[in-house]
Design a protein around this ligand. Structure first.
Ligand code: ATP
Ligand code: MG
Length: 358
């Protein structure tokens, strides 16, 4: 059996508190199932690394990481020291773009044992997948300021939608729907207000959908779609969206399903030309850092997604992924729970409980 190389980047804030809990679980699985995971740690973050070197990553980061099978990532950002757009563009967005992780996959699922903020919803009512375009769209650093400091001051910010970029995320969404029960794709746009790029997305959606006659589909403007997420989440199966809209929907989704603290995500290069990156949906949460109260499940569930992805090349990882998911479900149902789930347990208590359930 060949070994699988994993780069571990805890990052900042609660990234450093939740990562050890994911590693605790992986450690237990690695020895029991002979997964052959080989973990290397990188201390690349705002605090310390940026402060010492003036950059989020070393100059040779690409060469260093490109041979890895996956990156397990905590969170970056320490706005008191470095503006968020600097830390984000200096690290995570570099990985997403240079490693062509063009899919951001975020499952949204109401789990047994988790209180739902939406009245009357039961587990099973909320179970969908947000597929977000992850390398282009509204998130660019193209544009600039004109007539700075005058009354005519003007700011331009470009969006970029390529046929290659749009089609590949739409195809990915339809292929995900083929693997799921309800076989439905919903597309999010805003083609009444954003008059050039969004009608183009709709046009590509129609074209790509025609290639998947087994899958039903519909499309909504983003404004009414956010309302539908709250009012009737049971209608969704796979939701595909541009970079910005996908970002918004994939925070709203987990909030509807109880807490952002349990939500996982994957940044995928499906062709495996480069490493894919797995990280919780939440950020570095400076407001709760240092108190050992962050929910570690988003991080641990991200490790499940990593194992699932690695399982396509090493089948023992699939077994490990299923076991870890089962352990998460058990702890969500029976406790212990961190404060965001209404409990009083610490990050460490909850992480240990998951490892014990294994
Ligand atoms: P980003 O910009 O990286 O998306 P953010 O600054 O928008 O992140 P987070 O860092 O995710 O936001 O924090 C948002 C809120 O959710 C904070 O009040 C934080 O305490 C809470 N939170 C985030 N993650 C967790 C967690 N794992 N457990 C409990 N609470 C969390
Ligand atoms: Mg933040």
């Amino acid at each position: 059996m060949s070994s699988l190389k994993i780069a571990v980047i805890p990052g900042d804030g609660i990234g450093r508190e939740v990562m050890p809990e994911a590693l605790r679980a992986l450690d237990a699985l690695n020895s029991r199932h002979d997964l052959g995971l080989k973990l290397d740690h990188f201390d690349w973050a705002c605090i310390e690394h940026y402060q010492r070197h003036g950059d989020m990553l070393p100059p040779d980061w690409f060469e260093t990481l490109k041979g890895y099978d996956a990156i397990l990532f905590g969170a970056v950002g320490w706005p008191a020291a470095i503006p968020d757009h600097v830390s984000l563009w200096g690290s995570l967005l570099k990985f997403r773009r240079e490693f062509d992780q063009y899919i951001n996959l975020r499952p949204v699922k109401l789990m047994p044992g988790v209180a739902c903020p939406l009245a009357g919803k039961k587990p099973g009512d909320i179970d969908f997948l947000v597929v977000r375009e992850n390398t282009e769209g509204e998130y660019t650093n193209m544009g600039g300021r004109l007539f700075g400091g005058t009354q005519r001051e003007m700011v331009l910010q470009e969006s970029v939608f390529t046929r290659h970029g749009v089609d590949r995320v739409l195809h990915f969404a339809f292929k995900q729907a083929q693997k799921r029960g309800r076989k439905h794709v919903t597309s999010a746009t805003k083609s009444n207000g954003i008059a050039i790029s969004m009608p183009y997305w709709d046009e590509r959606m129609k074209d790509v959908a025609a290639q998947y006659p087994d899958i039903t589909w519909d499309q909504y403007h983003i404004d009414i779609l956010t309302a539908r997420f709250v009012l009737s989440p049971e209608r969704f199966d796979v939701v595909v969206a541009s970079n910005l809209f996908g970002d918004i929907l994939s925070d709203l989704g987990p909030a509807c399903a109880g807490t952002i603290g349990i939500a996982p995500s994957a940044n995928l290069n499906p062709e495996r030309n480069f490493p894919s990156l797995f990280e919780p949906v939440h950020g570095s949460a400076p407001d709760i850092y240092g108190r050992n109260i962050a929910n570690p499940v988003g991080m641990i569930w991200s490790a499940v997604m990593m194992l699932e992805f690695l399982g396509e090349i090493q089948p023992s990882c699939t077994t490990a992924a299923n076991e870890l998911m089962f352990a998460i479900e058990k702890v969500l149902q029976e406790g212990p729970h961190t404060p965001d789930l209404g409990g009083q347990a610490s990050t460490t208590d909850m992480g240990k409980a998951v490892a014990d359930a294994l």
